[in-house]
Ligand binder design. Structure first.
Ligand code: ATP
Ligand code: MG
Length: 296
C-alpha cells in the first residue's frame, strides 16, 4: 500500500433540489454524466420476491461519491443498506438503475479488484484456517480473471497488522465473533482495493477494540486514499468517521438526508466532549427520528 494523502471531495445525490454547503458534501439536482473519478449510483431500484409478493428494498437511490471520500449509510434495520452495498459490490443486480465505479461498470471494477467488501456477516469458510481464508481471493484469482492492476498484499502481513498474527492457523469456529469480523476485514484488503464497502464491520467488537479498529481504518484511509462506503447503526461512529452521512428511510429504502460532517480530523478527542461533534450527532438523530415518524 502506498502512502498518499487522502482527498476530501464532494458527494452528490443526483436528485432533489436542496443545496447543502460545506467542503465535504453538497446536494444538487445535477444528473449529468457519470463521474469517472468516483462512484456514481444512479436511480437504483431493487425489490425481492417473497412468496406471492414483491417487497421493495430500495427505491430511486442516487448518490455520487468522490474519490477518497468516506461516506456512511445509516438508517433503520431493513431499510436497504446491505442491499445497496451488495449492488455496488456487484453481488446483486438492481431492477433498475446503474452503478459506475471510477468510470467502470461494477463487473469490470470487480474483475480489476478495485472493490473490497466486508459483508455484514464474516462469511469465512469453516474448513479453512484464518490465513487460508485470507489467501482465498488470491487463489481464486489465480485461475480467474486476473487481478487487474492491483498488487496483492501479503496475507500474513495483513493479518499481523489487524492484530491476528497469533491465530493464523486457527479455524473460524475457534475465534470469537469479533476476531472473525477482523479476519473478514483483512480479507477485503488483500488486493489493496480502491473502494471499500464495509457493512457494520465493527458491530461484534468490544468498545476498546472497536475504537482501535476505527483508528486503524482512518489511518489506512488517510494514507492510502481509499474511497469508503460504510454502514453503521452507531451515530457517534458515523460522525467520528465520515465526511458525509447519508440517512435512509425505512422500507423501501430511500435517501432521506445527506449530512456533511465538517469537523477537523482526527476526531477521536472530539467524541463526547465537543459542541460541534454533538451538533452533528443531534442533526443525524433528528433525521433518523423523522424517518420513523414520517415513513415515505
Ligand atoms: N435475499 C433476499 N430475499 C428477500 N428479501 C430480502 C433479501 N435481502 C434483503 N431482503 C429484504 O430487503 C429489505 C432490506 O434488507 P437489507 O438487508 O438491505 O436491510 P439493512 O438496511 O441492511 O438492515 P440491517 O440494518 O438490519 O442490516 C428487508 O426487508 C429484507 O427483508
Ligand atoms: Mg444490513
Amino acid at each position: 500500500m502506498q502512502t498518499t494523502a487522502w482527498l476530501s471531495a464532494d458527494l452528490v445525490p443526483r436528485s432533489g433540489a436542496e443545496q447543502v454547503s460545506g467542503h465535504a458534501a453538497q446536494l444538487t439536482n445535477d444528473v449529468s454524466a457519470a463521474d469517472d473519478d468516483g462512484v456514481s449510483i444512479s436511480d437504483i431500484w431493487k425489490a425481492f420476491a417473497t412468496g406471492n409478493e414483491n417487497t421493495p428494498a430500495v427505491e430511486g437511490v442516487n448518490l455520487r461519491i468522490r474519490r477518497g471520500q468516506f461516506v456512511t449509510l445509516i438508517g433503520p434495520s431493513g431499510c436497504g443498506k446491505s442491499t445497496l452495498l451488495r449492488i455496488v459490490a456487484g453481488l446483486l443486480t438492481p431492477d433498475r438503475g446503474s452503478v459506475s465505479i471510477f468510470g467502470e461498470t461494477v463487473i469490470h471494477a470487480a474483475e480489476s479488484k478495485h472493490i473490497g467488501l466486508v459483508p455484514q456477516t464474516p462469511a469465512l469458510l469453516p474448513w479453512r484456517t484464518v490465513i487460508e481464508n485470507v489467501e482465498l481471493p488470491l487463489q481464486v484469482n489465480k485461475h480467474g480473471t486476473g487481478g487487474g492492476d492491483r498488487r496483492p498484499i501479503d496475507p500474513r502481513e495483513l493479518l499481523e497488522s489487524f492484530g491476528l498474527g497469533g491465530v493464523l492457523d486457527r479455524r473460524p469456529h475457534e475465534l470469537s465473533g469479533g476476531m472473525q469480523q477482523r479476519v473478514a476485514i483483512a480479507r477485503a484488503f488483500v488486493f489493496d482495493p480502491m473502494i471499500l464497502l464495509m457493512d457494520e464491520p465493527f458491530s461484534a467488537l468490544d468498545e476498546f477494540t472497536r475504537e482501535a479498529q476505527r483508528r486503524g481504518l482512518l489511518e489506512l484511509w488517510q494514507s492510502n486514499q481509499k474511497t469508503v462506503l460504510f454502514v453503521t447503526h452507531s451515530v457517534a461512529e458515523a460522525v467520528e468517521l465520515s465526511d458525509v452521512i447519508v440517512v435512509m428511510s425505512p422500507q423501501p429504502g430511500r435517501i432521506r438526508a445527506v449530512i456533511p460532517v465538517d469537523l477537523p480530523r482526527p476526531r477521536g478527542s472530539l467524541v463526547g466532549n465537543s459542541e460541534a461533534f454533538h451538533t452533528v450527532e443531534v442533526e443525524v438523530r433528528r433525521e433518523l427520528r423523522r424517518t420513523w415518524s414520517q415513513p415515505e
